[in-house]
Design a protein around this ligand. Structure first.
Ligand SMILES: Cc1cc2nc3c(=O)[nH]c(=O)nc-3n(C[C@H](O)[C@H](O)[C@H](O)COP(=O)(O)O)c2cc1C
Length: 391
C-alpha cells in the first residue's frame, strides 16, 4: 500500500475493507466469517458497545503509560498478536511481517500450529517474547516432539487451544468451496483472477507448506493436505489428565486458550496452568455461546487473581481493550484486527493497526481520567456502566 494511503487509514475497519479489496473473496470470507449463524461472532463485537464508559475529569492526565505486565514480562502495550493459522496464504511472508511489526511495537506474538513459517525462523524476529500455539494431538509422542522442537527454538510460552475438539461449521466456507481449494472450479478461478496483486504476490512463494509437517511425511505435500492432516490429529479426548501430562512435559509458561466458563477456568487453575485466554475462537467454533466479553467478567470473579487472564474476541478499537482490561484481563490478543492489516499492507499494515489501537487506548485512558493501564486495571468495573442484566 502506498504511504499516502496508509496515512489515511483511520483504524481496523479501514484495513478490513482494504484486505477485502486485495484478497480473493474466498479468503476474505474465511477470515471474517464465524460458525453457523454467526450469532456469537456478532455478539463478540456488539457487546463492547453495550458497555458505556464512565469518564472522570479534573484530574492530571498529562503523562500517560500504556505499558503492561503479562506472560511474565513487561510490554509496551497490553496487546499480543494471537495465533492465526494460514496467515501465510493471505500475503507472502505475512507471518514474519506481522511478528516484525509486533517486535517493533514492543508486544509479543503467538505462532499458530498451522503456520507456514518455521518456529526456528521466527525466534530471531521476536526474541524471547514469542509464544507458540499448540493443539494436543491424539499421538502424544508427536505432541511431545513438537514441544521439544519449540522449546529448543526458544519459545517461552505455550498457548494450548482447547476449544477445537471438532472444527466449527462455517457456512461461508462451504458456499465458497474452501475445502476444494486444491481442485479449484471455474468460479474459484474467476474469483482469483479478480485479485491479480494477490495472485502475483503468492506466486513468488508458491508452493507454501505447513512448517510442522516437515516432520510428518505422511501428511502430504500441499499446505491444504497438511492442514487437513493436522486438523484430523487434534485429540478430542483431551481432559484435565491430558493437561496435567502437558504441564509435566512443558517447562515454560503454560496458557490454556479457549476457556469460557468459571468451572473450566478453575480446572485450569487446578492443572497448574499459568494463564488462560478467555476466548470463543472469534465466534468460529460453537455458535450461540455468549460473547467473549460477557464470559470474561464471570471467569475473572471466580478465579479471583489465582491465574492470569488474557482475553480475545472482537477487539477492533482502543475502547474495546479498555473495557476488557476493566473487566479483569491483563492483556488482549488480536485476531482479525491484525490479520486485515497484514493482508492489506504487510508489516506496515500490522504496525498501523497497532499504532491506531494504541492511540485510541491512550485517548480513552486520558479521557477516562486515568494515567496508565495499571490505574485502569486497579479501577476495574468502576470505569464502566454495565447494562441491566449484565453479571
Ligand atoms: C483466520 C483465522 C485463523 C485462526 N487460526 C487459529 C489457530 O490456528 N489457532 C488458534 O488457537 N486460534 C486461531 N484463530 C482464533 C484467534 O486466535 C482468536 O481467538 C480470534 O481470532 C479472536 O477473535 P477476533 O478475530 O474477533 O479478534 C484464528 C482466527 C482467524 C480469524
Amino acid at each position: 500500500m502506498r504511504p499516502h494511503r496508509l496515512r489515511r487509514m483511520a483504524g481496523v475497519e479501514d484495513f478490513r475493507r482494504a484486505a477485502r479489496r486485495r484478497l480473493p473473496r474466498l479468503f476474505a470470507d474465511y477470515i471474517e466469517g464465524g460458525a453457523s449463524g454467526e450469532v456469537t461472532l456478532a455478539a463478540n463485537t456488539a457487546d463492547f458497545d453495550r458497555i458505556a464508559l464512565r469518564p472522570r475529569v479534573l484530574r492530571d492526565v498529562s503523562a500517560r503509560d500504556l505499558s503492561a505486565d503479562f506472560l511474565g514480562a513487561h510490554h509496551a502495550l497490553p496487546l499480543m498478536l494471537g495465533p492465526v493459522g494460514s496467515l501465510g496464504l493471505f500475503r507472502a511472508g505475512a507471518e514474519t511481517a506481522a511478528f516484525r511489526a509486533a517486535a517493533k511495537a514492543g508486544v509479543p506474538a503467538c505462532l499458530s500450529s498451522f503456520a507456514v513459517t518455521r518456529p526456528e525462523a521466527l525466534m530471531p524476529v521476536l526474541g524471547n517474547c514469542a509464544a507458540f500455539q499448540l493443539y494436543v494431538l491424539k499421538d502424544r509422542g508427536r505432541t511431545a516432539a513438537i514441544l521439544d522442537r519449540v522449546a529448543a527454538a526458544g519459545f517461552g510460552s505455550l498457548l494450548v487451544t482447547v476449544d477445537t475438539a471438532v472444527s466449527g461449521i462455517r457456512e461461508r466456507d462451504i458456499r465458497n468451496g474452501l475445502r476444494q481449494l486444491s481442485r479449484p472450479d471455474a468460479r474459484m478461478l474467476a474469483d482469483f483472477a479478480t485479485r491479480p496483486r494477490w495472485l502475483a504476490d503468492m506466486a513468488r512463494v508458491h508452493p507454501v507448506h505447513m512448517a510442522l509437517a516437515e516432520d510428518w511425511p505422511e501428511a502430504g505435500r500441499s499446505y491444504l493436505a497438511q492442514a487437513a492432516f493436522l486438523a484430523g490429529q487434534i485429540d478430542p479426548t483431551l481432559d484435565p489428565a491430558g493437561l496435567a501430562w502437558l504441564r509435566d512435559r512443558w517447562k515454560g509458561r503454560l496458557v490454556i486458550k479457549g476457556v469460557q466458563t468459571p468451572e473450566d477456568a478453575l480446572r485450569c487453575v487446578d492443572c497448574g496452568a499459568d494463564g488462560i485466554v478467555v476466548s470463543n475462537h472469534g465466534g468460529r467454533q460453537l455458535d450461540g455461546v455468549e460473547s467473549s466479553l460477557r464470559a470474561l467478567g464471570s471467569v475473572a470473579r471466580s478465579t479471583a487473581g489465582r491465574i492470569e487472564l488474557l482475553f480475545d474476541g472482537g477487539i477492533r478499537r482502543g475502547g474495546d481493550i479498555a473495557r476488557a482490561l476493566a473487566l479483569g484481563a491483563s492483556a488482549c490478543l488480536l485476531g482479525r484486527a491484525y490479520v486485515w492489516g497484514a493482508a492489506a499492507a504487510g508489516e506496515a499494515g500490522v504496525a498501523a493497526v497497532l499504532a491506531a489501537l494504541s492511540a485510541e487506548l491512550d485517548a480513552t485512558l486520558a479521557l477516562l481520567g486515568l494515567r496508565s493501564v495499571a490505574e485502569l486495571r486497579a479501577a476495574g468495573p468502576e470505569v464502566l456502566r454495565l447494562p441491566p442484566g449484565w453479571d
